[in-house]
Ligand binder design. Sequence first.
Ligand SMILES: NC(=O)C1=CN([C@@H]2O[C@H](COP(=O)(O)OP(=O)(O)OC[C@H]3O[C@@H](n4cnc5c(N)ncnc54)[C@H](OP(=O)(O)O)[C@@H]3O)[C@@H](O)[C@H]2O)C=CC1
Ligand SMILES: CC(=O)C(=O)O
Ligand SMILES: [Mg+2]
Length: 572
Amino acid sequence: MPRPSKSSTAYRQSRAFHPDTSHSIETRKSLRTLGLTPPNVESYELQAQRCMKQLESKTSPIEKYIYLSNLRNSNVHLFYRLVLDNFSTLTPLIYTPVVGEACLKWSEIYQQPEGLYLSYKDRGSLKEIVQNWPQQNVEMTVVTDGSRILGLGDLGINGMGIPVGKLALYTGCAGIRPEVTLPLTIDLGTNNEALLKDPLYMGSRRTRVSEREEAMFLDELMVALNEVWPGIVVQFEDFKNPFPALERYQNKYCCFNDDIQGTGAVILAGIIAALRNSETPVKDQRAVFMGAGSAGVGVAKQIVEYFMKEGLTEDEARRCFWFVDTKGLITNDRGDKLAQHKVYFSRDDNKGQQFKTLSEIVDHVKPTILMGLSTMRGIFNESILKKMAAMDKRPIIFPLSNPSSNSECTFEEAMKFTDGRAMFASGSPFPDYIHNGKVMHASQGNNMYVFPGIGLGSILCKTAHISQEMIYTSAVALSNTLREDEFASGMLYPSLDRIRSVSIVVAREVIREAQRQRLDREPSIRNLSDAELDEWISTKMYDPRKDNGFPELETREETREATAAYRMAARL
Ligand SMILES: NC(=O)C1=CN([C@@H]2O[C@H](COP(=O)(O)OP(=O)(O)OC[C@H]3O[C@@H](n4cnc5c(N)ncnc54)[C@H](OP(=O)(O)O)[C@@H]3O)[C@@H](O)[C@H]2O)C=CC1
Ligand SMILES: CC(=O)C(=O)O
Ligand SMILES: [Mg+2]
């Protein structure tokens, strides 16, 4: 079978083609796949029934993860249709928490590449290697260096599960076509001793390169990506020290950091909702942040911006936050040299006292908000939760660390020890909890509520870069999607079952902000009303319910090439 020309439409779409028992006999004839699947033409409902039965037969979450990965690789449309129809059930299996276990076991469960791997030793040739990716057109990439995978630490190239999982949500939540997404893992070594000793580990057997070497590598990578796919949207994910790259690239390329900015936006949306129920005015809110890393600082900075819009000066807003790291409360006179990102929130009002434990800090601050971005399972213990409940009628308690095994407390603990009064959101999902006969639902404060819409909006309006204002706007847009009935039932985020319509609103507002700032380069949509823009966005979204992978092919030549590409992709 001759290799189809790389430039053909057919080639670009080939990864989306899979033999499928729902294909009509006509389609099978035109693709020359008649006989290569069992003879019956099946409905989606039957296919779904079989898949769900097979999924249920897997007894452990990791087996379910592997099953779903194989389904995605063998029948992408069926996979995404299943995901959309069972979003709340399947997301925990393809994303947090199970993706955490998958990354921990990546060396053992590896079956196929899943994405592109670029090594430090490849520097100087990154553009050439990037061009090995079989898709001609890539619009969105999620890139990690594997150095801080969820709250699980340095997992080296085993972090590939994260770009894969995030991009599956881009397709599921925001309809970005799977074939224009690129999961990308850069292999800059690992400081994880166990991995370096593991014969099955597939990354470079070296410790991590220096910060300077990483910076130079990323500089080359950003140029390579933008030369091969001009305007590509780059999402940085799960870097241990993500601040320098964001600073260097945010006004130069179309990129954002999900852990700093996406998390900031999504948690701000949850805080806006929670504050509607709080009796404490904004100026008197006191937030203790357990964890002063990229996510903690990103979230607090976003809330500072909101507090300023609510009438506080920047200094008043900044002073509503107390940060805690491994050494205790962050103060100016603690005696250690603070990392640059911690300086802004460092306290100067501790009167020489140093506070080490969370319990001491809660007594000292008397917080209304307790935020967990520390990876410290159980640090919001019974005593802390009871203190919060004693100080505030509706304490805001967000244990946001992932996966569930790292959560600062469970939903059950938060409800039990605050007498059901906590306003709660967690990074990973928790089951419903019955408190005093009432079913309580745990809100999930996870950046998956915004990053798909930010990416979609950015791609569609061809923004030059992704501004801080666009990120802030995404938070407000998300908070506006929460329906009154959802809010009344205690939810702080909209139901995940309507995530696609939420992503359209987020994408629309991101586009509007880009237009206001004249960053957009898609003039044809500037004069559309909101309703028209929503409609236009939805027509651009891949919908596996309507699209089984067969583009309208206009010419005989295209049909021939599509068939060849299909057969090659399916290894026929
Ligand atoms: N819900 C969501 O959408 C998101 C959740 N997260 C989760 O947030 C967590 C943190 O992520 P990120 O900020 O990027 O990670 P970082 O590694 O950048 O930061 C972790 C912070 O926690 C502190 N910390 C760690 N252990 C302790 C301890 N024993 N006592 C006190 N503080 C401690 C660290 O202190 P020190 O600075 O001294 O090392 C650091 O400040 C992860 O679990 C991640 O999964 C992240 C992004 C989004
Ligand atoms: C959700 C996410 O981005 C994280 O835990 O890192
Ligand atoms: Mg992350």
